[in-house]
Design a protein around this ligand. Structure first.
Ligand code: ZN
Length: 231
């Protein structure tokens, strides 16, 4: 049976393994959820994550702090869950993931008073029509419910159709995404967390952060559900 139909007919099944859920479980059974590989906590992994993005793009002052909740492996339970979120319209799963990321940000000792708002990376319009919601925005809503900060999805706009990044080299990704974003509607506050679902090389985040900086952001943090493992 088609997964979407399965979930409709039997709503209380795990989106990954389809086993029946206990009343306390939502979307994922605890076995699948506990199988996700958490990103390591602490200052050293955070610095390594930032360095890996900055070394690609030579943007050594773009991001102040960076949080990533999981490591993303191909063919993993997390990939199946993210796929279900994006393509089966399970936007509440995005909010669930966002809460996980939000708790991770708080546990890192971040002073949430020093953040003005959360800005999700915008989807291009065609993808938004196809999926009906932006998964980064739903993740940002989950983070916002933990941090008690507003989500501002209109502060950035996607001005260039960039197509899929899959299969492109790092240089091609960078060129493809150059100028992809512009400041959108409203004044961009000084201190912002930029939110996306999966970071692969960081090209999207760098391009979006450049637009935030252009619009007046001074301190830009990066929050991602997962970092793609090099496989
Ligand atoms: Zn499961």
């Amino acid at each position: 049976m088609d997964n979407r139909l399965l979930h409709f007919v039997y709503p209380n099944v795990c989106v990954v393994c389809h086993s029946l859920l206990f009343p306390s479980e939502h979307y994922l059974c605890s076995a699948c959820f506990n199988g996700f590989e958490p990103f390591m906590e602490g200052a050293a992994p955070e610095r390594a994550f930032l360095r890996s993005i900055e070394s690609h793009f030579g943007e050594d002052t773009l991001f102040d702090r960076a949080w990533c909740r999981y490591v993303f492996h191909k063919h993993s339970a997390l990939q199946q869950a993210v796929h279900a979120m994006k393509y089966q319209g399970l936007f509440n799963l995005g909010i669930f993931f966002g809460k996980e990321l939000g708790r991770f940000i708080v546990s890192s000792g971040m002073d949430c008073d020093a953040i003005d708002c959360l800005v999700p990376v915008p989807l291009n319009r065609l993808k938004l029509i196809e999926r009906s919601f932006n998964q980064a925005e739903k993740i940002a809503e989950g983070v916002a419910s933990v941090l008690h900060k507003p989500v501002e999805p209109r502060l950035l706009q996607r001005v260039k159709y960039t197509g899929s990044q899959t299969g492109l080299t790092l240089g091609q990704r960078k060129n493809n995404l150059a100028g992809a974003f512009e400041p959108g509607k409203g004044k961009i506050p000084r201190r912002v967390i930029l939110i996306d679902d999966i970071v692969t090389t960081g090209a999207t985040m760098v391009s979006a952060a450049q637009a935030l900086r252009k619009g007046g952001a001074e301190t830009i943090h990066l929050g991602a559900l997962a970092l793609a493992a090099k496989e």
